[in-house]
Design a protein around this ligand. Structure first.
Ligand SMILES: NC(=O)c1ccc[n+]([C@@H]2O[C@H](COP(=O)([O-])OP(=O)(O)OC[C@H]3O[C@@H](n4cnc5c(N)ncnc54)[C@H](OP(=O)(O)O)[C@@H]3O)[C@@H](O)[C@H]2O)c1
Length: 370
């Protein structure tokens, strides 16, 4: 018995040392293309680049202008928008993300931004749906730049003529998240009571309008200064979280869309109908759970789900061309209007991110690229 225990101890020790060495080597080998970054003269563009984690390490610099492949478009970006996703990448938090392929010591991908709107300058030889001069919007990594090259069959679609580039740039992540939360996760039906926690932010302002379009009776939760704005988007009821806690109220909701996970799951369940649906969207601010971020709550949701009558779920938005087109149609018909809080220049991106990190944006924060 003693010999068996000794061997088990040795094996565990060896595995531990190997795991430690593996992480150590992986950490120091973790690098990016910053040493090799150079732009061919005459073929450059301005872009935001970061070689190390942290807001202080963002650089507004010249990089190589991309060329579209056969299936891509070359889009001159006029506006981009900022999302909490961007500060997750900039800060490298939650830190578990770094081990999940984002880069242990340094960010692997040195370019930032996703949402863009702009004009097509050129198309690859296989592209038939778009032509030079088309005004488009969508999502593509590296959108904080003068040019992006989205694939024509991915998240890019024509911009409705009645909305500005700034409005169009604010749609991709926030609008698609709101649409998929209402339609696919919440499965909102006409007449249902829907509570949107965090109704005045990027996702919330779209979610209020889309839930109303789906015929719901909408309650928006926000702070005092945003009550009127959320009401003007169509919310039937507003709750000022500085004065009232929705989780302690008498009302019961068929669907809760949770952008701000500041209530426990049991508090949320208390105000859900017995068959109600809880949709976890938001994962908290940059300083909440810096190691595992929202993953603890995700696991909690998965564990609790099978044992309760209500449907407890989380969502990861999927950037789809078809949903962008639906959002484009909603905007063209005037049924959904993006809400823009502040506008910054591309060179001012650090200030825009700092503002978003405070967690009190009123609608979307937009970057103009000229
Ligand atoms: N799951 C996904 O696929 C997905 C996709 C997109 C975004 N997200 C996540 O969803 C969350 C929201 O994104 P966002 O773009 O809407 O962020 P955002 O624009 O930064 O929204 C912040 C909003 O939260 C509100 N807020 C802050 N504290 C609050 C509280 N205690 N109660 C109610 N509202 C409060 C603020 O309103 P006041 O100023 O009135 O306080 C502000 O309007 C983020 O965590 C983001 O990471 C997830």
């Amino acid at each position: 018995m003693k010999r068996i225990l000794k061997w088990i101890f040795r094996i565990v020790l060896i595995l531990f040392i190997l795991a430690f060495l593996f992480v150590f080597v992986a950490y120091w080998r973790s690098t990016n293309d910053c040493d090799r970054l150079s732009a061919t003269q005459g073929n450059t563009m301005k872009a935001i680049v970061y070689c190390d984690y942290g807001l202080a390490n963002l650089k507004f610099t010249d990089v190589e202008k991309p060329s579209p492949t056969d299936d891509q478009l070359l889009v001159k970006v006029h506006a981009a928008s900022v999302n909490p996703l961007d500060w997750h990448f900039i800060e490298g938090t939650p830190k578990i993300m770094r081990a999940m392929g984002v880069g242990l010591r340094k960010p692997k991908d040195t370019r930032l931004g996703v949402d863009f709107a702009g004009t097509v300058e050129a198309v690859g030889k296989n592209v038939t749906q778009f032509k030079p001069g088309d005004e488009v919007f969508g999502g593509r990594d590296g959108a904080f730049a003068e040019y992006v090259c989205p694939r024509a069959d991915r998240a890019v679609t024509l911009k409705p003529a009645n909305i500005t580039f700034e409005q169009a740039a604010s749609v991709n992540i926030a609008g698609i998240t709101a649409l998929q939360a209402v339609r696919d996760k919440g499965k909102v039906q006409p007449g249902q009571k829907v509570l949107i926690n965090g109704a005045s932010g990027g996702v919330g302002t779209f979610a209020v309008q889309i839930a109303k379009l789906f015929g719901a009776e909408v309650t928006g939760v926000c702070s005092t200064r945003n009550l009127e704005m959320v009401r003007s988007l169509g919310a039937d009821h507003v709750i000022d979280y500085t004065k009232e806690d929705f989780a302690k109220g008498a009302e019961r909701y068929d669907v809760i869309l949770d952008n701000v996970p500041n209530h426990s799951l049991s508090e949320c369940r208390r105000v859900l109908t017995p068959e109600g649906k809880y949709v976890m969207i938001g994962g908290g601010g940059p300083n909440d759970n810096r190691w595992i971020g929202p993953f603890g709550r995700v696991i909690q949701t998965l564990v609790v789900g099978p044992f309760v009558s209500q449907k407890m779920g989380m969502m990861m938005a999927e950037l789809k061309k078809s949903d962008l087109t639906i959002l484009g149609d909603m905007m063209q018909s005037g049924k959904v209007k993006p809400v823009i809080d502040r506008t910054y220049k591309l060179s001012e991106l650090p200030e825009a991110i700092r503002y978003l990190e405070e967690g009190h944006a009123r609608g979307k924060v937009v970057i103009t690229v000229e």
